[in-house]
Write a protein that binds this ligand. Structure first.
Ligand code: EPZ
Length: 425
């Protein structure tokens, strides 16, 4: 298992290019299952989760050449537990497989570090579309000769449920309306891809909480398009925060300012010195002391839960008290004990963290627990005095493409240590 060795404190300098969004690429890959003709997804990042999704799709019979997906010869619609348990987003294959082939057997994704992560909203929505759904022995058995358009009111604007139901509605007969739909840019990206791939498909309302989908016939053929996913707003946010924390000159390129409003607003409210262009965010050394913040994670377009841990690392260095409430996931504070091991003063009260910042952090051995918590530990290690050894970085490899290489190019002293190789030496 690899770990990172980080020497702090760091000053960063230079520019970094943001990769394509993991949380867009995964649903887009699932969306190619609807396509009988080849379709391309450009610049897919080299991430563990992307590789897992490719493995899952090859198991259905999908042929992959570079980033071209050939889904003309799918011979099974079975998503096994061995793969699905390693990546929850695998459940996104359910909607397209059911819509195109009329059946699917997909393992329940199970929970993960940050929460139980149920899929009840996905399954209730598919039932509304006329699917017969049975859950047995840890598997979802879904059947429907042809889905029928329906009105679906989501109890919560679930990103995954919106994406699954959006894909299921493509070959459903008639109109489907999804209300209280998720408004995340990644949902919009999926809808844009489907509208471009299928000439006579009409998905309206993307980016709003009401989606209207006019279904098309099950043997509709897609156009052979090559689609470029949106940039990763969470990776961009992580690097912006790195620049603010190390008080550096940093230029974050190939991002989209339209997806980062709640993040850049929160940072500027705390006196971070940012210059915001369409696809470049510049961080500059601040001319005012940073002040604390009071944030609550909320569905897009408000403050994203995927940046909560990174903001907590930032809060530890602000000479003020900050409050963060995690309203989306029930167990997304596992980075707190690790940050406290480095000398942070963070107290938890149920879903609320109170961070008394200002004390300098000290390097220490710490453990990654989930993807975004891992990023927060790297950020903290960059402002800590001395060396931090960050273990189990496989969590981070799920969602950040070449993270330590990008940081090294900016002047951070970070090294990947392959513990297993070291153990063999
Ligand atoms: C997506 O997960 C992202 N993952 C997550 O990013 C992100 O944190 C999350 O959306 C919220 O923005 C991908 O896109 C691959 P949800 P998803 O369904 O779709 C509850 C990262 O770090 N819920 O919006 O699983 C659920 O338990 C990852 O990149 C139900 O109760 O999120 C959670 O409390 C982490 N029933 C809340 O809704 C359901 O059927 C939000 O979940 C579905 C969800």
């Amino acid at each position: 298992m690899d770990s990172f060795k980080v020497k702090g404190p760091s000053r960063l300098e230079g520019e970094v290019s943001i990769s394509r969004a993991k949380n867009s690429c995964l649903p887009l890959m699932a969306g190619t299952l609807l396509c009988q003709n080849p379709v391309g997804l450009k610049s897919l990042p080299n991430l563990r989760d992307i590789r897992t999704m490719k493995k899952l799709m090859s198991g259905f019979g999908v042929k992959l050449q570079d980033d071209q997906f050939h889904c003309d010869d799918i011979h099974n619609t079975y998503a096994p537990y061995e793969l699905v348990k390693t990546m929850r987003a695998s459940v996104l294959v359910l909607g397209p497989l059911l819509s195109r082939f009329g059946e699917a057997k997909v393992s329940l994704p199970g929970g993960c570090a940050i929460g139980t992560r149920p899929v009840d909203l996905h399954l209730d929505g598919l039932k509304k579309l006329g699917a017969e759904i049975n859950v047995e022995g840890g598997y979802i058995y879904a059947k429907a000769k042809r889905l029928k358009g329906a009105k679906i009111d989501l109890m919560f604007p679930s990103v995954g449920a919106t994406e699954n139901l959006l894909m299921a509605a493509v070959f459903a007969e008639g109109e489907t309306i999804i209300s209280n739909a998720a408004r995340e840019p990644e949902v919009v990206d999926l809808g844009n891809f489907l509208n471009q791939a299928f000439e006579d498909l009409k998905i309206a309302g993307l980016g709003t909480s009401t989606l209207k989908i006019q279904g098309i016939s099950q043997n509709s053929k897609n156009k052979e398009i090559i689609y470029t996913p949106i940039p990763d707003r969470i990776e961009a946010a992580t690097f912006i925060i790195a620049g603010v924390m190390t008080n550096s000159f940093l230029s974050i390129k190939d991002c989209d300012k339209a997806h980062l409003g709640s993040v850049t607003n929160a940072l500027q409210m705390s006196h971070a010195n940012l210059k915001i262009h369409d696809s470049v965010i510049e961080v500059m050394p601040r001319n005012k002391e940073l002040t604390g913040f009071n944030l609550r994670t909320t569905p897009y377009p408000y403050f994203p839960t995927d940046v909560q841990a990174q903001f907590m690392a930032l809060a530890t260095m602000i000479n003020d008290t900050s409050i963060i409430s995690e309203e989306i996931f029930e167990n997304r504070f596992m980075h707190v004990p690790e940050l406290n091991r480095m000398g942070a003063d963070i107290r938890l009260n149920n879903q609320t963290a109170v961070i008394v910042g200002g004390k300098r952090l000290k390097g220490a051995p710490v453990m990654c627990t989930d993807l975004r918590a891992s990023a927060a530990l790297v950020l903290a290690a960059m402002i800590a005095d001395g060396e931090t050894n960050i273990q189990r970085v496989y969590h981070l490899d799920r969602g950040y493409d070449g993270f330590e290489k990008k940081l090294t190019s900016l002047g951070c002293e970070i090294q990947r240590v392959n513990l297993s190789a070291r153990a063999q030496a």
